[in-house]
Design a protein around this ligand. Sequence first.
Ligand SMILES: [Zn+2]
Length: 145
Amino acid sequence: MAKTKFITHDCTYCHKQTKMEYIGEMEGVTPEGTQRFWYRCSRCKHSLLITLSVVKEKKTAAPAIDRATCTAYTKDRVFSIGEHIYHADLDDVGRVVRKDKTSNGIHSIIVAFERVGERRLLENVTGDLLEEVPEDPAPEGQPQP
Ligand SMILES: [Zn+2]
């Protein structure tokens, strides 16, 4: 979203919605994805610090994944970070964001899928190692039940 020079916002001095002129911004974006901006009320000419949400493009930042370029996921393959994969059971495409290896020597990849979000999948499974890992997105670092 382009920076708009004027916004309509509640003025704490006028106690009503007024037209405000953009003056400048404060340093840094908070972890919540908001940033503070200075605006001047066009009615009373007071300057106000207004908190606005600036991190909106987070979801659309990554380019859409073309299924034609994806590697079909199978658990015996080895994937690399950044690789695009297609998961037939989930019917979703995603990008490998991390790789992991458990203390049992089980290799897994963490894939950010476009629709279902992050999932941990097995990779490099040779032979009949174990059961499939549960595909519920378990919180990081917590043991599976
Ligand atoms: Zn005002």
